[in-house]
Design a protein around this ligand. Structure first.
Ligand SMILES: NC(=O)C1=CN([C@@H]2O[C@H](COP(=O)(O)OP(=O)(O)OC[C@H]3O[C@@H](n4cnc5c(N)ncnc54)[C@H](O)[C@@H]3O)[C@@H](O)[C@H]2O)[C@@H](O)CC1
Ligand SMILES: Nc1ncnc2c1ncn2[C@@H]1O[C@H](COP(=O)(O)OP(=O)(O)O)[C@@H](O)[C@H]1O
Ligand SMILES: [K+]
Length: 507
C-alpha cells in the first residue's frame, strides 16, 4: 500500500526528521537515492555515459549536486548546469556544491537558462537528471527556464526527475501556473520522503514517468496517517468471492441500467453487457425511449421500458445515454426515491447538477451511492469550469463526495476516488486507450455488477476503477492499443480480470 503525502505534510515530516539527524543528512541521502536510480539506467560501462545534471537555485538543485558528485565518482562523464541561488543558500546546499566542485564532474555555473540551453547543444546525452525545481516552485516556469525545459523535452534519452518533474504541482498534478507555465517530462521520478498525489493524476502520469519513492530512511513514527493512497488490490481484495457450486443466478444480484433516450440506446447496452460479464446474475436494460425487443449480440439482457420497471428490485445504474428530458428527470427522481443502491453516471449527473431538489434527495439517501463523473460533469455539479476541476482533482473529488454524501469516482488520467470523510485513493491502472466513447458506460456497469455481488460501495468503486484500467492495460500489452481500442473490447478483458481477482484473492 503506497501512501501519498501533500507538500505540507512532506515539509512537516522533513522538519521533524532534520531535528534528529546531522545537518545535510537528508540532502545527502536524496542525492544518493537519485544516483542509485541513475546508475541502474546507465550502460554497464559507466565511463561511456554522458550525463547532464540540471541543478536549480534551491534545495532541489542541492540534491542534484549530490547526485552529480556520486555519478562522477562512479566514472560517468557528468556535466552540471548549475544555477546559483538567488538568496543566501542553506549550508547543506553549499556543502553539496563543494562536493560537486571537488568531484570529476564538469561544473558550468550559469547566469541564465539561455547559457544552459547553449551548453546542452551538440552532445548526445545518455541521461538527464532534473534537479531544477522541486516542491518549492512558487510560480510558473517561464522565459529562459521554459526554453530549457522545452529543450530537454525534445531529447530522446531517459530523464530522471529528482523529487518532482520541474514545473509539476506535487499536490494536484497540474502544471504550476497553468497555461502560463510548463513542466519537464521525465521517464523516471525518484520522489523523496513519500510518494505524492500529483505524480499520479492530471498531468502527473505524462510528466513523472515511473515513480520510485525513497523514504530517505526517515523514522516511521514521523509520518502522519495517510489521507490519500494509491489504489491497490490490497485495499479491496478482501471483498472478492469465488463462486460456490451451490450458487444460482439469484445469488449474484440483479442490475438495472436506466438510460437510453432515443438515439442513445448504445450507452445502456454497453453498461448492461458489462454488468452481465462482470458477474451480475440478472441484468435489465431499461430505456427512457422505446426499448428494443432484445440485444442481438447479448440476448441474455432483458430490455424494458424504464417507465414500467420497479426501481426497488435491483442495483440501479442510472444515466448512460439518458438525455436531459423531463421523462429522464422523472425516472431519476423515482430511482433516488427507491431503497436501491445506485451508480449515477453521465446524464443523471447533469440532471442532478441542474436541480437543487435532486441534490437534496441524493444527499439524504442512506443506500449506497457511487457517482462516476468525468471532469466536465464534476464541474457542473460543483458550479465551476472543467479547467478548475482539473487544476485540483483531489480537492474537487473530496468536495463532491462531501456535498452529495456519496463515493465519487472522478474519472480521467489518475482517476480520483473520494469518500465522504475526505479519504482519497488515486488509481494508477489504465491508459489513454480508455479515451474512447463508451468507456465510461463500461465503468458504471462494472461498478453496478460489483454492488450486485455484495461488494460495499467504497470497495466496489476502488475495484471498479482498478479492474477497468487493468483490462485496458492488458489489451495494450497484447498489442491491441492504445490507439483504436473500443469500449466493447474492454468487456471480455474485464471479465478475465474479475476472474483473476476471484481466483487469486477470493474467499
Ligand atoms: N524539504 C524536504 O523535505 C527536503 C527537500 N529536499 C529537496 O529540496 C526541494 C525543495 O527545495 P526548495 O524549498 O529550496 O525549493 P526548490 O528547489 O524546489 O525551488 C526553490 C527555488 O527556486 C526558485 N524559484 C521558484 N519558482 C521559480 C520560478 N518560477 N522561476 C525561477 N526560479 C524559481 C526560488 O527562488 C528558490 O530558489 C525538494 O523538492 C527536494 O528535492 C531534499 O534535499 C530532502 C529533504
Ligand atoms: N487518458 C486516459 N487515461 C486513463 N484513463 C482514461 C483516459 N481517458 C479516459 N479514461 C477513462 O475512460 C473512461 C471514460 O469515461 P467517460 O469520459 O465518461 O466516457 P464516455 O462517456 O464516452 O463513456 C473513464 O473511466 C476514464 O477514467
Ligand atoms: K526536479
Amino acid at each position: 500500500m503506497t501512501p501519498l503525502f501533500t507538500v505540507a505534510e512532506i515539509r512537516t515530516i522533513e522538519h521533524a526528521a532534520a531535528q534528529r539527524l546531522p545537518e545535510g543528512a537528508l540532502m545527502q541521502r536524496a542525492g544518493q537515492a537519485g544516483a542509485n536510480e541513475a546508475l541502474d539506467l546507465l550502460p554497464f560501462t559507466t565511463s561511456r555515459a554522458r550525463v547532464l545534471v540540471l541543478a536549480g537555485p534551491g534545495n532541489n538543485g542541492g540534491d542534484a549536486l549530490e547526485t552529480a558528485a556520486h555519478l562522477a565518482h562512479a566514472g560517468a562523464q557528468v556535466t552540471i548546469l548549475h544555477f546559483p541561488p538567488t538568496s543566501a543558500p542553506a549550508a547543506e546546499r553549499d556543502a553539496a556544491l563543494h562536493r560537486a566542485v571537488n568531484s570529476p564532474a564538469r561544473l558550468m555555473t550559469l547566469a541564465s537558462a539561455a547559457d544552459g540551453q547553449a551548453a546542452m547543444q551538440g552532445t548526445d546525452w545518455t541521461l538527464v537528471v532534473d534537479g531544477l525545481f522541486g516542491i518549492g516552485l512558487a510560480r510558473a516556469i517561464t522565459g529562459e527556464f521554459a526554453v530549457l525545459v522545452a529543450t530537454v523535452n525534445q531529447l530522446r534519452c531517459q530523464v530522471i526527475a529528482l523529487d518532482v518533474p520541474s514545473g509539476l504541482d506535487a499536490d494536484t498534478g497540474a502544471i504550476v501556473g497553468g497555461d502560463a507555465g510548463t513542466a519537464l517530462r521525465a521517464t523516471h521520478t525518484v520522489t523523496f520522503i513519500g510518494d505524492k498525489p500529483g505524480l499520479h493524476t492530471a498531468e502527473g502520469r505524462d510528466h513523472a514517468g515511473l515513480v520510485i519513492p525513497s523514504s530517505l530512511d526517515i523514522d516511521r513514527d514521523l509520518f502522519p496517517p495517510a489521507r490519500a493512497k494509491l489504489n491497490d488490490v490490497a485495499l479491496f481484495a478482501h471483498c472478492a468471492r469465488r463462486r460456490r457450486h451451490s450458487s444460482h443466478k439469484g445469488s449474484n444480484g440483479s442490475v438495472a441500467v436506466v438510460g437510453g433516450a432515443r438515439g442513445m440506446a448504445g450507452a445502456p447496452i454497453l453498461a448492461a453487457r458489462t454488468a452481465l460479464n462482470a458477474g451480475a446474475g440478472r441484468v435489465y436494460a431499461c430505456f427512457v425511449g422505446d426499448p428494443p425487443a432484445f440485444d442481438a449480440a447479448q440476448p441474455e439482457l432483458m430490455c424494458r421500458s424504464a417507465q414500467e420497471y420497479d426501481f426497488n428490485s435491483a442495483i440501479l445504474v442510472i444515466g448512460p445515454g439518458m438525455g436531459g428530458s423531463a421523462s429522464g428527470a422523472e425516472m431519476l427522481a423515482s430511482a433516488l426515491h427507491s431503497h436501491s443502491p445506485v451508480v449515477l453516471d453521465a446524464d443523471a449527473l447533469n440532471l442532478v447538477a441542474g436541480s437543487g431538489p435532486l441534490q437534496t434527495q441524493l444527499a439524504q439517501r442512506s443506500a449506497p451511492c457511487i457517482l462516476t463523473p468525468h471532469p466536465l460533469e464534476a464541474a457542473r455539479l460543483l458550479g465551476m469550469s472543467a479547467d478548475q476541476v482539473q487544476a485540483d482533482r483531489p480537492a474537487a473529488a473530496r468536495r463532491l463526495a462531501s456535498k452529495l454524501a456519496a463515493t465519487v469516482v472522478l474519472k480521467g488520467s489518475g482517476t480520483v476516488i473520494a469518500a465522504r470523510d475526505g479519504t482519497i485513493v488515486i488509481n494508477n491502472t489504465g491508459n489513454p486507450a480508455l479515451a474512447t466513447a463508451g468507456a465510461g458506460d463500461v465503468l458504471s456497469g462494472l461498478c453496478g455488477a460489483l454492488l450486485a455481488q455484495g461488494w460495499p460501495e467504497w470497495e466496489a468503486a476502488l475495484a471498479g476503477a482498478w479492474l477497468h484500467g487493468m483490462a485496458a492495460d492488458v489489451l495494450v500489452s497484447e498489442g491491441a492499443g492504445p490507439i483504436g481500442i473500443t469500449a466493447s473490447e474492454l468487456i471480455p478483458a474485464i471479465r478475465a480480470a474479475v476472474n483473476r481477482l476471484a481466483a487469486q484473492h477470493g474467499s
